[in-house]
Each structure stands twice: as C-alpha cells, then as structure tokens.
Design a protein around this ligand. Structure first.
Ligand code: BDR
Ligand code: CA
Length: 307
C-alpha cells in the first residue's frame, strides 16, 4: 500500500529534490504540496513547486499557498545566505519552464486540516521549512494536537552545531515558537536534524547520472550543481530535505532517539532543539529524533531518482 503524503516546502534546491523524490516514488501517494517561507518568499516557493511538478509530469498534484511569515511577525526578510545557497530564484538560478497551473484557492492550512481529518492515522506530513503552517493548523483546530497521523520534520541540530547559530538550524530558527508548538503536541513527530542530513551526500556523480536520464534530470542536475558550489564548495553537499521524505517511507535507514523534544525560544540558544527536561520520565513520548543514518542507502536512493 502506498503512503499518503503531503509535503510542506519552502521550495529551494534541496526541497525541489525532495519533491521530485516524492513525486516519482511508487511507494508514495503525494496528495499535495503546501508552501511556506524560508529559502524564498512563499509565492516564489509555490511557483517553484508548480514548475518542478510540471517538469516531472505530476500536474495532478495540487499546490497550496501557506504562511508568508512566522507566527510572531507580519514580515519575512529572506536571509542573504539563502539567496547565495539556493540562488536568487530559489532553484539555483536555473530557468525552469513555467507551469501553466496556479496554486489552489484553498489555503494551505485549510487543506492540511481537511486532509488530516480525512486520512486520520493514514497520512504523513513532511515539513522541510519552518513549521508555521503546522502551528497554524493547531491554532485553528486545537483538537488536532491529538491527531493520529505522523509528522516528519527536517530541522534542528541535536548533537552537532547549528547552521545559522552555534545551536540553531535554519528551519527551526525561522519560527521557533511554531516548532515548539508542534513538537510539544501529542502528534507522532520525527525530527530529521542536521545530525543525519549532514552525514549523507549528494555529489557531482548524482548530477551526472541525472543529466543522462533526460530533460527533467538535466534541469535538476544544474540546480544541484549550483547548490553544491555554494554550500560546501567541494564536489558534494548535504542531503537535508530529501532525508525527511525518505524517513517517511524508509524509517529503517535511520536510528532514532525517542524522547520528548522542545525548542528554546529566547536567549543565545533561540531555535535550539533540546530534550525536554520536564518530560524525561514520560512513558510514551511522541517525538523521535534521528541521530544516525545509513547514508549509503540514502545516497543510492537519490542516484536512482529518475530510474
Ligand atoms: C534547511 O534549510 C534550508 O536551507 C534547506 O532547504 C533545509 O530545509 C537546512 O538547514
Ligand atoms: Ca527546505
């Protein structure tokens, strides 16, 4: 049976690779994409998602516009480093063919609520940006704090340093209060932090293999090459967002720590994920954090992206 999945993306380069992985994977029933801010402003990310879906022949997957900024602010100022890593347009300065479709008129939050109620425990929501849309879902429908489905969230740094501050990772740092709300809910949540995403690598070899697969692969390879050049500056880069989608269908690739997690929301470690000291003795914590990964499996899956 296929896994029903929704992706909540701030569609930059690694979000796009995660999207292609989900859209082409026969194990996944991709119900929709919800857009958020982060790597780019929300409308840009939504357009990128539409373009990527059309590139891989998945114009049947609806795309919804979500939060424009964090739950604590009415404005979102894109970090300069995001433009550097993902390109001004979010897709590595590659000009993608423009999709003929537009985003749906229903909001991302309403779509998420509708699907969570419809599929109950038979749905995985994978987030690869700030957790604002999910927090808004819980604010609008507090009963969904007991939702029985699963959330898988790329973000945080538990045993390694952060990538925007010593402690904080980008997705969590862009809306720490939203992440705290989601992680402290009763929803079965798995965090896919830098601890595992930095252990796997996308390489020039992936780009080469994708290019040989045809048009879509060639566009994605060019995006990857831009991203590689502007992240590590070597011939490889980390596997952030695709790791979260992969956890959704291949949890056996990952080792998890099962313990209640919370998020620091002020001070020097604002945006840091930590084990919740007040819930150390909880019998059945609902949050898991990936701390180790069989990176060769992750890397092999991505090599076969277009097979
Ligand atoms: C995360 O931040 C964004 O730049 C990436 O898309 C990923 O979701 C990594 O910290
Ligand atoms: Ca992302």
């Amino acid at each position: 049976m296929k896994t029903h999945m929704i992706l909540d993306l701030d569609t930059g380069v690694d979000d796009s690779i995660a999207l292609v992985y989900a859209a082409l994977n026969p194990m996944i029933d991709l119900l929709g994409v919800t857009g958020t801010f982060g790597n780019v402003q929300t409308p840009v990310g939504v357009q990128n998602a539409l373009n990527i879906l059309s590139l891989v022949g998945r114009e049947d997957v609806p795309v919804f516009t979500g939060a424009l900024s964090s739950i604590s602010s009415d404005v979102f100022n894109r970090h300069e480093v995001s433009a550097l890593i993902h390109g001004e347009n979010g897709v590595g300065q590659v000009t993608l063919p423009v999709s003929k479709r537009s985003a749906e008129s229903e909001s991302a939050v309403d779509f998420l609520i509708r699907m969570m109620k419809k599929y109950t425990d038979n749905l995985v929501i994978v987030t690869t940006g700030p957790l604002t849309n999910m927090a808004k879902v819980l604010m609008k429908e507090p009963s969904l704090k007991q939702w029985k489905g699963r959330v898988v969230s790329m973000g945080g740094a538990l045993t390694v340093r952060g990538n925007v501050s010593h402690f904080a990772e980008a997705n969590i740092s862009q809306d720490p209060k939203a992440a705290k709300m989601v992680f402290e809910s009763d929803i079965d949540t798995t965090i896919v932090p830098l601890d595992v995403t930095m252990r796997s690598r996308l390489t020039e070899k992936h780009a080469e293999v994708w290019k040989a697969s045809g048009e879509a692969g060639t566009y994605l390879a060019k995006m990857l090459q831009y991203y590689i050049k502007n992240t590590l500056g070597t011939d490889e880069t980390y596997v952030h967002d695709p790791s979260a989608v992969m956890y959704g269908i291949h949890p056996e690739y990952f080792t998890v720590l099962t313990s209640a997690i919370t998020v620091e929301i002020e001070g020097v470690d604002e945006g840091r994920i930590v084990v919740d000291q007040t819930r150390l003795r909880e019998a059945n914590p609902t949050s898991k954090t990936c701390i180790q990964v069989q990176s060769e499996k992750v890397e092999a899956q991505l090599m076969e992206l277009f097979n």
